[in-house]
Design a protein around this ligand. Structure first.
Ligand SMILES: NC(=O)c1ccc[n+]([C@@H]2O[C@H](COP(=O)([O-])OP(=O)(O)OC[C@H]3O[C@@H](n4cnc5c(N)ncnc54)[C@H](O)[C@@H]3O)[C@@H](O)[C@H]2O)c1
Length: 352
């Protein structure tokens, strides 16, 4: 019998990326997959020669499954995660951990009560360029942060919302919103991971180019606890879909990038522009990473593989995973405040 950790995946849209990641990560073994939709379930179970379940409680009763990856619609994560924790399974939970801070809190309580480990998915935090930027900010290379800006001009055709698995997308009760909660949560998390907590927001949102309930375009002003101000723009209306743009301005320098491509790294301290040349050689030029700007499945599974490998290591070393659910909660707190601000038409404090 292999010593590899047994994994089970629930939800086989993005969950297929989890299967690829488990297949690739050292020390991990895919034991079973689960989906309500048998047309999605069968080919995946055949491809990986693993067990197939249509009812997640049966997967949770499988003793060979030690870790459950949850990739079902976002508004079901806390319920399924709570049941998995009660069954003694460790968890890897897709973003957002759930669609309200209160539900994420309930999930965290269940994880603590049953003594299991839980990881969130924010793969941008594992990106080497994002890590170099975060270190530069922590080392105060930019001086005092002044402006922190995230733009996500993505495109989704109406068929994305109309397809057989589209009906929950862009709804308040299962997606928790639209472009900001579903697509934008990565950008919101990245901004707060780089620049620290957000204490207040002022926002507008609406439905502009799709037949959906929640929103397909949101703009927000952000007030960071550090004193920096920022802007956030998320949409699924921008044909043909452009890469996420992050712009950081400090009192002693600026960094701008498009997805994984560094555009500029200008620091007052780098007067000979040596560091800039090094950074551009590593992360600039014409290198282009896979991006979901126009295609939701065009996400690399490298980040998911690292998160699976980290869970295997966290179990072996009995430590917390790199991306804790507690750290994954603030993005949802910020987005909640954004929607509340948009409804009220005034600045709203981000509640913990
Ligand atoms: N990390 C990323 O970059 C990334 C990208 C896309 C989606 N996601 C996240 O992944 C999750 C799923 O999104 P998606 O786009 O794959 O959605 P999807 O609708 O395509 O897939 C969800 C699957 O879950 C199944 N399902 C629903 N309820 C179930 C249940 N009770 N038991 C078993 N199966 C069930 C559905 O049949 C469907 O096949 C969402 O939380 C989304 O935010 C993350």
């Amino acid at each position: 019998m292999s010593d590899d950790i047994g994994f089970g995946v629930i939800g086989l849209g993005m969950g297929k990326h989890h299967c690829m990641a488990i297949d690739k990560a050292p020390g991990a073994r895919l034991v079973g997959v689960c989906d309500l939709d048998e047309e999605r379930l069968k080919p995946v179970a055949e491809k990986y020669r693993c067990r197939a379940y249509t009812d997640y409680s049966t997967l949770l009763a499988d003793d060979d499954v030690q870790v459950v990856n949850i990739a079902t619609p976002s508004g079901s994560h806390a319920e399924i995660g709570g049941a998995a924790a009660a069954a003694g399974k460790h968890l890897i939970v897709e973003k957002p951990a759930d669609i309200t801070p209160a539900r994420i809190e309930q999930l965290i309580e269940a994880v603590q009560r049953y003594g299991v480990k839980a990881a969130g998915i924010f793969q941008s935090r594992l990106d080497p360029l994002n890590n170099r930027i975060r270190t530069a900010i922590q080392e105060e290379k930019l001086g005092r942060l002044i402006g922190v800006h995230g733009h996500l001009p993505w495109y989704r055709a109406q068929s994305y919302y109309d397809g057989p698995h589209g009906s929950w997308k862009g709804t308040w009760d299962m997606d928790g919103g639209g472009s900001c909660m579903n697509q934008g949560v990565h950008t919101v998390d990245l901004l707060q991971w780089l620049a620290g907590r957000v204490k207040g927001v002022m926002a507008m949102f609406g439905v502009f180019a799709h037949d959906i309930e929640a929103e397909d375009q949101t703009v927000a002003l952000l007030r960071f606890e550090s004193g920096a101000l920022g802007t956030l723009y998320t949409t699924t209306c921008c044909y043909p879909g452009y890469d996420q743009r992050i712009t950081l301005y400090g009192s002693h320098g600026s960094i701008t990038k498009d997805e994984g491509l560094l555009n500029s790294w200008r620091l007052v301290s780098d007067s000979e522009r040596v560091e800039e040349q090094e950074m551009l050689a590593l992360f600039g030029g014409d290198r282009h990473k896979a991006s979901a700007a126009a295609d939701p499945m065009a996400v690399s599974f490298d980040g998911h593989t690292q998160i699976v490998a980290d869970m295997v290591a966290a179990i072996a070393e009995d430590r917390e995973p790199l991306i804790t659910l507690d750290s994954a909660r603030h993005a949802v707190e910020i987005i909640h405040a954004i929607y509340e601000s948009g409804r009220l038409g005034r600045e709203v404090t981000v509640r913990r």
